[in-house]
Design a protein around this ligand. Sequence first.
Ligand code: GUN
Ligand code: ZN
Length: 430
Amino acid sequence: MTGKRLILGQVLEFLGDPAQLGAGATRHRRHGAVLIAEGRIAAVDEADTLRAAHPDVAVTDHGAHLILPGFIDAHAHYPQTAIIASWGKRLIDWLTSYTFPEEMRFADPSYAAEVAARYFDLVLAQGTTTVASYCTIHPESVNAYFTEAQARGLRMLAGKTCMDRDTAPAGLRDTAQSAYDDSKALIGRWHGVDRLSYIITPRFSPTSTRAQLGALGALWAEHPDCLMQTHLSEQTDEIAWMHSLYPEARDYLDTYEAHGLLRENGLYGHAIHLTPREIDRLAEVGAALVHCPTSNTFIGSGLFDMGLRARMRVGLATDTGGGSSFSMLRTMAAAYEIAQLRGMALHPSESIWLATGASAEALRLGDRIGRLAPGYEADMVVLDLASTPAIAQATTRAEDIWQAVFPTIMMGDDRAVAQTYVMGRPVVPA
Ligand code: GUN
Ligand code: ZN
């Protein structure tokens, strides 16, 4: 039958957040199946049940591999693909030494197109099917990303990064007006087209003037259904810099709040060094935080407080290329280690939920992606839970799915990705 396919393997279904629902949040099927119809999930059940009910449908059997929703990276910078793992700097020096020179190259649309294609190849190989990315100040960098995502049928989000202060280098600055105009035009061209969403994107208050923050706040008020993404309280040096540029601000969040950039559809990346007032305000408006653990250790920023999940939505992200990996498995491992340093042990169900359903909810896409459930888009990753000898031997005594998957969370990489599906189509390996 056309448009239908039955995918067999171990299946983990999430009914919600394990931190809230406990063991009842998940259902594991040792011999499970996902029925795909027209790119969406039509049913999730025991393999025998679905095979009997759909005897004519093509079957792909992944054996003991684990079928999960595709990973969702809630904060990345695709233009930093080529400068990932650059040595020896903290945030401000890292931006000026590595990031800004590389981002200048995106004035060339052909370079932007080349990196966008390379980036999607890399993340799909890691089992990531949705990314919320920053682009550069160049509208061409947004067009390159969305053009490539559209051609591949991906659900992707992104925005033009806006910077108009002289703290950003000449050649990498827009203006308050051009940021507003270009962002508005890009919303008109891309937002809601196919599987694409535009995100209003002031980089962070140290590289924007008050006028630019205000202009983007006004644009957001005109398009409240758009997400807005920015950086918040990542590093203590950065907070001191912010205060020198905005002496009137009560705290970092105030620079956004004062300019219409604090609402429920806001995504605040890093959010490590928050004051009690900032936490209260973020929770009051229903904003989302995005935890970027490999970046926070790589750039030396600090230890995010997972306890904030009790107050607000929190997504998980690589923060490529401040983050040191394209892999959401590696990102889950780093989140586990940071939580340990803060006295919390993240259960494997929470780690997987953070990389799937929680990130989908942070991006306001929790009704379409991030879960294996009827009606959801069939973006999926299939994991080999014994992808290397080291992982295989660590799972030999596993007594349940959590013990079986945890070594892959801690030690896995793209070798664990047996298959990535986009709208039910296998895309990696080709
Ligand atoms: N703060 C402002 N811009 C950036 C960026 O590109 N990466 C990170 N990690 N932090 C930022
Ligand atoms: Zn970032």
